[in-house]
Design a protein around this ligand. Structure first.
Ligand SMILES: Cc1ncc(C[n+]2csc(CCOP(=O)(O)OP(=O)(O)O)c2C)c(N)n1
Ligand SMILES: [Mg+2]
Length: 564
C-alpha cells in the first residue's frame, strides 16, 4: 500500500486500475465502451480479467454472482447508453443485499442539455437500487470515491453502489493529477467489521429462547453474509431449536441436518411453514422479515412473539413486534449466545423436536413419490431429488426465480456445510449469468445453475461469453417450453379455466437448448428420461467447458403453493 503523502502524477485510469487490483478484484464484467484507458492500464498493470459480455444487465448479474460467491464486491460497467440496462441488473443485487459496484459513463458539463447523442440523465434511475449513487466529475476524486464505493458496498447490510464517471465513456480517466491510489483492505470483502452486541440484549434474547417451549429460528441471508452458519447450528444444537431458513438463507444449515425444517415463506416447504406457525417464539437472524420469507406476514402471523438479531438496527422490529432484539454481527452474536446458553433448558423441548421431526418426516413421505418420479416428460421434483443426491459436496448452486425458485427452494436439500445456495431475488434470467460470475470468483468449485427455459432465454447469448472466458458453469434447464408458473395465474384471470388461445401468453416453441449450446462451443446434453440425468450431470461437471443440460419436463407440473 503506497504511503500517504507520497503522491505522484498519474492518470485516473492508472489510479483506478491500481485500486481495483489493491481491493483484490480479479474480474470486471462489462459491455464497452467505458473507461477504455482503464482497461488498457488493467492489462499493463494488473491481472484483472475484463469479461466482455453481451448485455449490461447480464454483466450486472455476473458481478452479482461473483459477489455472492466470493464475498468481495463484484464490479460491472457500462457506457452511457447502456447505463439503464446496468441499473436494471442491480435490482436483484439490491433486493439480495449483494455488494455490486457499477461504473458508468455519464454526462460532461461542457455539453449537457445540448441533445448529446445517446445521453439522458441516468443518475436518478440508480437511486432505488443503490446504497450510494454518485458522480465522479474530476480526476482528483478517483481515490476517495472508489474507496467510498467499497466502503458502502461492504458495510452494514451490504448492497450495490453506482459511480458515474464524467464523459459518455468515462473519459475523465484520461486526465492526470497528483493521485494517491490508497486502498483500505478492510473493505475488500464482507463483513469488514463484526460489531459485537451488548451483553444485556444477548441475555434477554437467550432468556426468551430458553423459556420457550416451541421456539424456531428463521435464518436469513445475513447469516451467509456474516459467515455464521457454524455458529447458528451450534446454538440450535445447544438449545435444541429447529431451524427454518428464508430462501436467501437456505445454505445456513444443510437440509439433511436433524434440526432443519426447510425453507419457510412463499417459495417454501410445507414442513417449514407448519413449524413456524406452530411456534411460540420465532427468532429471526439476518432476515428482513419480508414478504417472501413470511408469505406476506402470514408465516408467522403478526403478533407471534418474536426475537430479531440483525447488523442493521433499522431492521429490528420492522414487521413483527419483538420481545427481544439484538443489534450486532450474526457470527459474533450467535457465538456469544452459544457461550452463555443454559444447555440444561434444552430438555424441555424434546416433545417439540419430536413434533417438528414428525412434521418433516410427513413432508418426505408426502413428496417422496414426486422426488423419485419416473414419469416422462420428467417431473421437475425428480430433478430436485437427483440434485440433492448427486451435486458435489462443495457445489455452488444458483437458482432462478418463478417455478425454479419454488421447486428448488422447497424440494432440494443441501447435503453438506460446504455447499452454497444463491437464489434470484425475483428476477427471471438472473441465475444463468450469476453462475458465470460465480465460476469466475470460485474457479475451483463446481457451479450448477437451475433455471426454467423462460429464465434461460433472457441471456442465452452469454453461453458464448462463458465459452470464450472458460467460465465452466453447468446450467440445468427445466425445459417445459413455457413459463408454466403463469399457468395458474392465467386460469384465474380467465375466471377458472383459460382458453386454448390463452396459452399464447405463456408458452414457446419447443427448442433443444443442448443444440444451441453446442453451436456456441459449450457442451450440450439433452435429457428426456429421468434415469439419464445423473450421468449427464457427471459428464457436464467433468467437461472442461461450460455445459447446458436441457431437461425435457412436464409442462403440467405445478409447484405446491405455500401453506399457512
Ligand atoms: C424480470 C421478470 N419478469 C417477469 C417475471 C414473472 N415471472 C415469474 S415466473 C415466470 C415464468 C417462468 O418460466 P420458466 O423460467 O420457464 O419456468 P417455469 O415456470 O416454466 O418452470 C415469469 C414470466 C419475473 N419473475 N421476472
Ligand atoms: Mg418453463
Amino acid at each position: 500500500m503506497p504511503m500517504l503523502g507520497h503522491n505522484r502524477k498519474m492518470t485516473g485510469a492508472e489510479c483506478l486500475a491500481d485500486m481495483l487490483k489493491g481491493y483484490g478484484v480479479t474480474h470486471v464484467f462489462m459491455v464497452p465502451a467505458v473507461l477504455r484507458r482503464t482497461f488498457a492500464e488493467m492489462e499493463r498493470r494488473t491481472a484483472i480479467k475484463r469479461i466482455h459480455c453481451h448485455g449490461e444487465k447480464s454483466a450486472a448479474y455476473m458481478a452479482d454472482g461473483y459477489a455472492r460467491a466470493s464475498g468481495k464486491p463484484g464490479v460491472c460497467m457500462a457506457q452511457v447508453i447502456g447505463a439503464l440496462n446496468l441499473a436494471a441488473g442491480l435490482r436483484d443485487a439490491w433486493l439480495a443485499h449483494s455488494p455490486v459496484i457499477a461504473f458508468t459513463g455519464g454526462r460532461d458539463p461542457s455539453s449537457k442539455f445540448r441533445k448529446v447523442y445517446q445521453e439522458v440523465d441516468d443518475v436518478p434511475a440508480f437511486e432505488p437500487v443503490t446504497k450510494f449513487n454518485a458522480t465522479v466529475d474530476d480526476v482528483a476524486r478517483f481515490p476517495d470515491m472508489v474507496r467510498q464505493a467499497f466502503r458502502v458496498a461492504t458495510t452494514g447490510t451490504p448492497g450495490p453502489v453506482h459511480l458515474q464517471f464524467r464523459g459518455n465513456e468515462g473519459q475523465v480517466d484520461l486526465d492526470e493529477a497528483e493521485l494517491e491510489p490508497l486502498v483500505e483492505e478492510q473493505f475488500a470483502r464482507v463483513p469488514p467489521f463484526r460489531p459485537a452486541p451488548d451483553e444485556q440484549s444477548v441475555r434477554a434474547a437467550l432468556d426468551a429462547l430458553q423459556n420457550a417451549e416451541r421456539p424456531v429460528i428463521v435464518a436469513g441471508g445475513g447469516v451467509r453474509a456474516s459467515g455464521a452458519a457454524a455458529e447458528l447450528v451450534a446454538l440450535a444444537e445447544a438449545l435444541q431449536i429447529p431451524v427454518a431458513t428464508s430462501l436467501n438463507g437456505k445454505d445456513s444449515i444443510p437440509g439433511v441436518h436433524p434440526l432443519s425444517v426447510g425453507v419457510c415463506g412463499s417459495y417454501s416447504r410445507e414442513s417449514a411453514n407448519r413449524v413456524v406457525n406452530r411456534a411460540d417464539l420465532v427468532c429471526f437472524i439476518g432476515s428482513e422479515t419480508g414478504g417472501m420469507t413470511t408469505h406476506f406476514w402470514a408465516v408467522p402471523k403478526i403478533g407471534t412473539p418474536a426475537i430479531q438479531i440483525d447488523i442493521d438496527p433499522e431492521a429490528l422490529g420492522r414487521n413483527y413486534p419483538l420481545v427481544a432484539m439484538v443489534n450486532g454481527d450474526a457470527k459474533v452474536t450467535l457465538a456469544a449466545m452459544a457461550r452463555l446458553a443454559d444447555r440444561g433448558t434444552a430438555g424441555k423441548r424434546k416433545p417439540w423436536i419430536a413434533e417438528t421431526q414428525g412434521i418433516c418426516k410427513e413432508w418426505y413421505a408426502k413428496y417422496n413419490a414426486l422426488l423419485t418420479s419416473d414419469q416422462v416428460p420428467i417431473h421437475p421434483a425428480r430433478m430436485c431429488g437427483d440434485l440433492t443426491k448427486h451435486l458435489p459436496d462443495d457445489a455452488i448452486v444458483i437458482v432462478d426465480t418463478g417455478h425454479a425458485g419454488m421447486w428448488m427452494g422447497g424440494m432440494y436439500d443441501l447435503r453438506t456445510t460446504q455447499q452454497s445456495y444463491f437464489r434470484s431475488a425475483g428476477h427471471l434470467g438472473f441465475a444463468f449469468c450469476a453462475g458465470i460470475g460465480a465460476k469466475a470468483a470460485c474457479p475451483e468449485r463446481p457451479v450448477v445453475v437451475f433455471t426454467g427455459d423462460a429464465g434461460f432465454w433472457y441471456h442465452i447469448g452469454e453461453i458464448e461469453t462463458a465459452v470464450r472466458w472458460k467460465l465452466n458453469s453447468v446450467t440445468v434447464v427445466n425445459n417445459n417450453a413455457g413459463g408454466n408458473q403463469s399457468k395458474r395465474g392465467f386460469d384465474r384471470a380467465y375466471g377458472g379455466k383459460q382458453t386454448e388461445q390463452a396459452r399464447e401468453l405463456w408458452t414457446y416453441t419447443p427448442v433443444n437448448f443442448a443444440k444451441i449450446a453446442e453451436d456456441m462451443g459449450a457442451l450440450g446434453i439433452r435429457v428426456e428420461k429421468p434415469a439419464d440425468f445423473p450421468a449427464a450431470l457427471e459428464k457436464a461437471l467433468a467437461a472442461n467447458r461450460p455445459a447446458v443440460i436441457d431437461v425435457v419436463t412436464d409442462i403440467d407440473a405445478i409447484a405446491p403453493t405455500a401453506v399457512t
